[in-house]
Design a protein. Structure first.
Length: 223
């Protein structure tokens, strides 16, 4: 059974209608309507099969779900260099925010210092979804013990008018306000972000259960 056959077997037409509305910037005919748990099951099978490398090298894929499975497979690669190489090979083909956002390679968490130069490169990319992926990796991996005050500057300095890029910047700063409030709030006191992203970040922070009520009150005054 081919990968396409496996996807067709578990597709859900009602879910497909939802996905088509969720990802309006890609052709609807490329969306089959397969739920994430089913795709993760398939990805595990692909990862353990002798056809894994052939699948990873068969780019571009035709279907949205194939792209998601591709990134799920990459996230299971245990060798850091091989994982980064696979990420770099795939990022030019990422064409929508769910594919950019779904994968978090486990090996990254154990290799922060080796990862950071790659994150810098991804954020600086002219590709919206490569930059979005880089910002998300910085958010996921570097708002904890390895945080440095210079890291939010990497995100604040990334300019662009694309909606999906600006939403990722807002997501990063809203999360940073929850986890690193004292180091992050000056970006809003000094209005370092464009007006739309500034307001969107505060909106997301106000909706977050991780931001304290006192911090929310102050953020309201900065809108």
């Amino acid at each position: 059974m081919t990968l396409y056959d496996r996807l067709i077997k578990v597709k859900d037409d009602t879910y497909r209608e939802f996905q088509v509305k969720l990802v309006p910037n890609i052709p609807p005919e490329t969306i089959l309507g397969v739920r994430t748990p089913e795709m993760r099951k398939i990805a595990k099978e692909v990862f353990g099969s002798p056809d894994r490398e052939a699948f990873l090298n068969d780019l571009p894929h035709r279907y949205y779900e194939e792209n998601l499975i591709h990134f799920f497979v990459i996230s299971m690669i245990r060798d850091f260099d091989a994982c980064v190489q696979a990420v770099d090979a795939f990022l030019p083909y990422v064409d929508c925010w769910p594919v950019s956002d779904q994968s978090t390679p486990k090996v990254f968490t154990r290799n922060h210092q080796r990862l950071l130069p790659h994150i810098r490169k991804w954020i600086a990319s002219d590709s919206v979804y490569t930059a979005r992926f880089g910002i998300r990796m910085l958010m996921n991996e570097f708002l904890g013990e390895d945080f440095r005050e210079e890291y939010p500057e990497l995100v604040a300095s990334r300019k662009g008018e694309d909606y999906y890029l600006k939403m990722m910047i807002a997501w990063y700063f809203a999360t940073a306000l929850a986890k690193r409030y004292e180091e992050t709030v000056p970006y809003f006191v000094n209005r370092r972000l464009d007006d739309w992203t500034h307001r969107k970040t505060i909106q997301k922070a106000l909706e977050s259960y991780r931001v304290t009520d006192a911090h929310k009150e102050y953020l309201k005054s900065l809108r």
